[in-house]
Write a protein that binds this ligand. Structure first.
Ligand code: ATP
Ligand code: MG
Length: 663
């Protein structure tokens, strides 16, 4: 007899496009397919639709100033304040509604709810405190904090007084903190004593202190007490103020939000910069906030009455745009979770979604592949029926993981938005609109309305459908970075020189290059293949590592895979595959054969892996991206270089052993 579940799996496996679910479409924020034509015809005026989501102190009169490319300005003569847009304007209607729902990692600790009124009041008190500490408009304040409510509070307090923030991911080292504070000439730091990771308190203050020792100018520091007094750490806070004391001292004070010019800096965000000096990406008040708000509205379908859950860290751009600024500007309830999805057990994330009845879940493919590896029993045991939309960001998502997410988390009733964007773009660029057009697993989709992207060859000529090339963006957009901090030359060299006529003053001659490879299909959908430096050259054929990885993770029993190039006498480079098996599968010859077959079937014999190494984990950066360079060094027996940005440095030995033992 037919097993309905097996039928369903088989049907899903064959299906390569999905219509937006009808119930979703009925209630969606954006439903009219004409929006693509409308934005193209009315470009750049179409972007008033984004700016109109905000309250302006002074209305702008000019939308785009493109007289000095690539230094574009958006809504430049308008004035506004980001914290007023995220807080004050919601107080009348939503003052008693939750702005932030915070869930700490320890299950026996009380969760915290901040209503819009409470958040507003604490932001004001802390803004007053920052001023009293001597923070002035345009001073850059560094925030080195984990996922605790004081982080978004500090961000909004900075925004309120016109002091740009520079958030340094808490998992980064003391060194990374010092480099960023030096680069930004930042004299003010807000940090904390510690936080929890998998049940253990971490000593964060020690790391911060170590970093401060390498800062080349005077600084002052405010410390948030996240841990209980008996945390076992012997912190010497003398000479530092604590957050709690400051907020108590300024309780009840109101700080008028400073009217900022649209082009004034809202924040700096350093990208991880796996090579060389980190890049200080500059985002502005008007353009960035419009972009974060518009994409939250159009792509994440956020409504004020929603409870919205982005499982990223605020230390990344995803958390800036889609935990803090976008959702709060729209007046919704945004969730924050301090811990990992599998602490104390693999039910945790799903329990949080059930408890808070979250309506959206936005997370990364690497997390989805972990959920897949753990199995369906965890999501199945929890009620996820509140979910209306699912999203992914950070890496390409392979079709098998997409379908798993669609079926087991979304119950086939939630659209999935696979959103391609970067720190530099400020917000989403390529994705389907969730109620318009079909979804194709593995492909992000078309550019957003009003975004102009293409795929070109090395000379900059567009390539045809089906061919791989370089992703480019042909027109400016409001959320774009304005420059790299204090380094206009590097800004031009990194992102524009490749495909622009750099001596031209005509905006049409300027093309933004995100350094990603991609492929286009007949319907204008983009499949992002990954960074251009992750392309292998096997016997003269250029192969995207992402494409081969996608083929491998499509093989039953494989949870995750990373592909790198190993030196090869004849081929130049050979494909080395590192493979993690799904729970319940053996690391055996049979699976190794199926991996090789899977690649040959999907791409061709040219891509046949020379070596398949089973490993329990892959080396990941703190943001969850595979560190392919390190695997390449292992494959080629090279020096390993800097492993300090790894989340799991202890895994390196294991992988070396596994790789060595496979000959
Ligand atoms: P750095 O530039 O500092 O070395 P990074 O590029 O990993 O680090 P992010 O800005 O967080 O830092 O990531 C952007 C990159 O992530 C994109 O350029 C792209 O390679 C990848 N990416 C993001 N979203 C997607 C997606 N939906 N599909 C495919 N790739 C994606
Ligand atoms: Mg990048």
């Amino acid at each position: 007899m037919a097993d309905p579940d097996v039928d369903l799996e088989a049907r899903l496996a064959e299906q390569d496009s999905f219509e937006p679910p009808a119930d979703f479409v009925e209630q969606a924020n954006v439903t009219d397919p004409d929006i693509y034509d409308e934005f193209e015809t009315n470009w750049p005026d179409c972007w008033t639709q984004a700016a109109d989501l905000l309250d302006w102190d002074t209305e702008y009169t000019e939308i785009l100033d493109d007289s000095n490319p690539p230094f574009y300005e958006w809504f430049a003569d308008g004035e506004l304040n980001a914290s007023a847009n995220c807080l004050d304007r919601h107080l009348d209607e939503r003052g008693d509604e939750a702005a932030i729902e915070w869930v700490g990692e320890p299950t026996d600790e009380a969760n915290r709810t901040y209503t819009y009124q409470e958040l507003h009041d604490e932001v004001n008190a802390f803004a007053a405190a920052l001023r009293a500490q001597g923070v002035e408009e345009d001073d850059i304040v560094t925030l080195y904090m984990p996922m605790i409510p004081e982080l978004p509070i500090a961000m909004l307090a900075c925004a309120r007084i016109g002091a740009p923030h520079s958030v340094v991911f808490a998992g980064f080292s003391a060194d990374a903190l010092a480099t960023r504070m030096n680069s930004a000439d930042s004299e003010h730091l807000v940090t904390c004593d510690g936080y929890y990771r998998r049940g253990d308190p971490l000593n964060h203050f020690e790391k911060a202190t170590e970093g401060l020792a390498d800062v080349d100018h005077d600084t002052d520091t405010i410390v948030v007490n996240r841990l209980p007094d008996d945390d076992g750490f012997d912190h010497d806070l003398s000479g530092h103020d604590t957050y709690a004391d400051l907020v108590a001292a300024h309780d009840g004070e109101m700080v008028d939000p400073v009217s900022r010019s649209a082009e004034d800096m809202l924040f700096l965000m350093y990208t991880s910069g796996t090579t060389g000096q980190p890049k200080g990406v500059k985002h502005t008040t008007g353009g960035y906030l419009s972009w974060a708000s518009w994409t939250s509205h159009a792509v994440l379908d956020i409504k004020p009455e929603d409870t919205y859950f982005c499982a990223a860290d605020i230390g990344w751009i995803t958390g800036h745009s889609y935990i803090v600024y976008g959702p709060l500007a729209l007046g919704t309830t945004t969730m924050m979770y301090e811990g990992t999805p599998d602490y104390p057990d693999r039910h945790r994330l799903w329990e949080i979604i059930e408890e808070y009845e979250a309506n959206q879940l936005y997370t990364a493919p690497t997390a989805i592949r972990s959920f897949m590896k753990w199995g369906t029993e965890y999501p199945d045991a929890n009620d996820l029926s509140s979910l209306r939309l699912l999203g992914t960001v950070g890496e390409p998502i392979n079709p098998r993981a997409w379908k798993w997410y669609y079926k087991h988390i979304g119950d086939e009733s939630c659209p999935i938005v696979d959103t391609w964007w970067q720190t530099e773009t400020g917000g989403m660029m390529l994705t389907t609109l969730p109620a318009i057009g079909e979804m194709k697993p593995g492909s992000a989709g078309p550019p957003l309305p009003g975004v102009s992207a293409d795929i070109v060859d090395v000379r900059g000529s567009p390539v045809g459908a089906g061919e791989a090339g370089y992703l480019v963006v042909n027109k400016p957009w409001p959320g774009m970075l304005r420059t790299l901090y204090n380094n206009d030359d590097r800004f031009i060299n990194e992102y524009w020189r490749e495909y622009s006529q750099v001596d031209s003053n005509d905006s049409a001659d300027w093309v933004y290059f995100p350094e990603d490879g991609a492929k286009l299909d007949e319907d204008g959908y983009f499949t992002v293949l990954g960074r251009v430096d992750d392309v292998l050259n096997v016997s003269g054929h250029r192969l995207g590592t992402m494409e081969i990885e996608s083929a491998i993770v499509g093989v039953e029993g494989v949870a995750e895979a990373a592909v790198v190039g190993g030196d090869h006498e004849i081929k130049g480079e050979a494909v080395y595959a590192y493979v993690i098996t799904e729970d319940g599968y053996e690391e055996d010859e049979e699976l190794r054969e199926r991996v090789i077959e899977g690649v040959e079937d999907a791409i061709g014999p040219i891509a046949r892996p020379e070596k398949v190494v089973f490993t329990p984990e892959l080396p990941k950066t703190r943001s969850g991206k595979i560190m392919r360079r390190l695997l390449e060094n292992i494959a080629n027996d090279d020096e390993l270089g800097d492993t300090s940005t790894l989340r799991n440095p202890e895994i390196v030995d294991d992988i070396q052993t596994a790789a060595g033992g496979d000959d």
